[in-house]
Write a protein that binds this ligand. Structure first.
Ligand SMILES: *Cc1c(COP(=O)(O)O)cnc(C)c1O
Length: 466
C-alpha cells in the first residue's frame, strides 16, 4: 500500500512515512493510492459470531499498514491501545428508537472520540520509532480535546516527548485539568498568553524553522495525520455490523475538522453500504453552507456550546475534494489557492449534484442544542453532551427523507461539558470513576508569553533535562 498527496506533487510514500510525517511536502494530505475492499458478509465469515472490536480493527487496518507491520504485531498494538477503554466493546451501540441509534465513541481515557484514534497512533509511533532507534518531539496546539487525548496517548513513552500549547485561561476547566494533571517525565504543558490561533501560529513557526525542527526531530499528531482517519474507519464498519444484518445505514456526525466523517466516507469507499452521510454543524456552519450551495466561504469563528466544532477551515475537507475531483491534485491545489486568496472556494453545479446524492447537512444553534439535551434526557433518560446533541438534532431533521436507520455518533461524554448539560437539564453529569478526583488533582504547567523565541528556548531546555 502506497500513499499519494492530495496536491499531486509529492512522491508516493509508505505507511511509515505517512505516520511520522503527517503533512506531504507539497502541502497536501496523504491518502491511500487505492481503497482496500471488504464486504460485511465476508467479514462475518472471517470473524465468526460475537467478534470483538479489536478483531474487526485488525482486519480493517491491516491492508493500510502491511508494509510496515505484520498482522500479529498490528493486532497486539490494537489490543494494547484499547486496554485503556472503560467499555468492553469499545464502541457500545445504543438504540433510541426504531430509526435512531447512538454510537458511543467516548469511552476512552479523556472522554472524547479522539482517544479512539490517538491511543492507537501512540502505539504505532512507538513501534516505528523503536524499529528506527529514533526519538521525536511532538509539539501541538490545542483548544481543548486534542491536547488531552494526545497527552494520554504519548505519556510515559520512551522515545517521545510531548509539548502541548493551550491558550491560557481559555479552555474549559475539565479540558485544562485533563492535560495539566498528567505528571509524566515526557509531558510538558505550556499555557500561552494568547488565543488558540496564537498557539497554532507558534507551532507553525517552529515547524518552519528548519534548524529548530530538525534539531528536536519535531513531529505532530494533529487531525490531518492519515493514521488518525484510518483508525476511525473501524467504528463505521463496527456500528453498521452491530445494528443491521448486511443492511444499509445512514451516519450523522457532529463535525469540525471533518476527520471523523471522512473516515466514514473512507469506509464507504471500501465497500460499506451507506445511504447518506449527514454533516452536523453548529453556528460555525462553513460545512453546512458548502453542502447546500457548493461554495465554501470563510467567516469569523463564534464561540458555541460545542467548542470542538468551532472552526473556520475544516482541514480534512481537502481529502473529500480530492475524491470529488477524481483525484486531480492540480484542481485541489487551485481550489485551495483561491480559498486562501479570495476567502472562497466553489464547485460546479454538476459536481454539487453528485455530492448531494451522498451527503446532506444541517446547522444547529445553541438554543436547539440545549433543547435537544433536555428532550433526550426526558424522553429516553439518557444524558448527552452538546456535540452529540448537535448531531441528533441534525439526524432528526433528515429522518423522514431517509429509508435506512440513522446512526448518530456521540463524540464526547456529557461530564466533559457539565455547564451546558446543567443549563439544559438542571443537573450536572458526574465524571466516570477513573476521573472522579480530577478537580482535586495537582496541576502543573508553565505560563509563557506569546513569543516564539521564548517558547523554543523553553522546549530546548526541558529536552536537555536542565
Ligand atoms: C474533535 C471533536 C469533534 C469534531 O471532529 P472532527 O473530526 O474534527 O470533525 C466533535 N466533537 C468532539 C467532542 C470533538 O472532540
Amino acid at each position: 500500500m502506497r500513499y499519494v498527496s492530495t496536491r499531486g506533487k509529492s512522491p508516493e510514500v509508505s505507511f511509515k512515512e505517512v505516520l511520522l510525517r503527517g503533512l506531504a511536502p507539497d502541502g497536501g494530505l496523504y491518502l491511500p493510492t487505492s481503497w482496500p475492499q471488504f464486504n460485511v458478509k465476508e467479514l462475518r465469515k472471517v470473524l465468526g459470531d460475537n467478534f470483538s472490536y479489536q478483531a474487526l480493527a485488525s482486519e480493517i487496518i491491516y491492508p493500510f499498514t502491511k508494509d510496515s507491520l505484520d498482522k500479529d504485531e498490528l493486532s497486539e498494538l490494537i489490543h494494547r491501545a484499547y486496554d485503556s477503554f472503560s467499555a468492553e466493546d469499545i464502541v457500545p451501540m445504543k438504540r433510541l428508537n426504531s430509526k435512531l441509534w447512538i454510537g458511543e465513541l467516548f469511552h476512552g481515557p479523556t472522554l472524547a472520540f479522539k482517544d479512539i484514534a490517538l491511543q492507537l497512533v501512540g502505539e504505532l509511533f512507538e513501534n516505528q520509532l523503536q524499529k528506527k532507534s529514533e526519538n521525536i518531539t511532538i509539539v501541538g496546539a490545542t483548544s481543548g480535546d486534542t491536547g488531552s487525548a494526545a497527552i494520554e496517548a504519548c505519556r510515559d513513552r520512551e522515545r517521545m516527548e510531548i509539548f502541548i500549547l493551550h491558550p491560557h485561561g481559555r479552555t474549559s476547566e475539565v479540558q485544562r485539568r485533563q492535560m495539566t494533571s498528567v505528571h509524566s517525565e515526557n509531558v510538558f504543558n505550556i499555557a500561552i498568553e494568547g488565543t488558540f490561533d496564537d498557539c497554532q501560529d507558534l507551532v507553525k513557526g517552529m515547524f518552519a524553522d528548519v534548524d529548530f525542527s530538525t534539531r528536536i526531530n519535531m513531529s505532530a499528531v494533529n487531525s490531518i495525520n492519515w493514521a488518525r482517519v484510518m483508525a476511525q474507519i473501524v467504528y463505521y464498519w463496527w456500528a453498521s455490523m452491530q445494528t443491521t444484518d448486511n443492511g444499509i445505514v445512514n451516519f450523522c456526525v457532529p463535525s469540525g475538522n471533518f476527520g471523523n466523517i471522512f473516515a466514514g466516507f473512507s469506509a464507504h469507499n471500501m465497500g460499506l453500504p451507506v445511504e447518506r452521510f449527514i454533516v452536523a454543524s453548529n453556528r460555525n456552519d462553513v460545512l453546512d453552507r458548502f453542502f447546500r450551495n457548493g461554495e465554501m466561504e470563510l467567516r469569523d469563528v463564534a464561540p458555541t456550546y460545542s467548542p470542538s466544532m468551532d472552526i473556520q477551515v475544516s482541514s480534512n475537507f481537502e481529502r473529500l475534494l480530492f475524491e470529488v475531483f477524481e483525484r486531480d491534485g492540480l484542481l485541489v491545489e487551485q481550489a485551495f489557492k483561491t480559498l486562501r486568496s479570495k476567502g472562497t472556494l466553489s464547485v460546479s453545479d454538476d459536481i454539487l449534484a453528485g455530492i448531494q446524492r451522498k451527503w446532506a447537512s444541517s446547522r444547529v444553534t445553541d438554543q436547539e442544542t440545549l433543547a435537544m439535551i433536555k428532550k433526550i434526557t426526558e424522553e429516553y433518560d439518557y444524558v448527552i453532551d452538546p456535540h452529540t446533541a448537535v448531531g441528533i438534532e441534525a439526524a432528526e431533521r433528515h429522518m423522514t427523507q431517509l429509508q435506512a436507520p440513522i446512526i448518530s455518533l456521540a463524540t464526547a461524554h456529557p461530564s466533559k461539558f457539565p455547564d451546558a448539560v446543567e443549563e439544559a437539564s438542571g443537573f450536572s453529569p458526574i465524571l466516570p470513576s477513573h476521573l472522579s478526583d480530577l478537580y482535586e488533582r495537582k496541576e502543573s504547567y508553565e505560563i509563557l508569553p506569546n513569543d516564539e523565541v521564548i517558547v523554543k528556548s523553553y522546549i530546548l531546555k526541558q529536552r536537555n533535562g536542565e
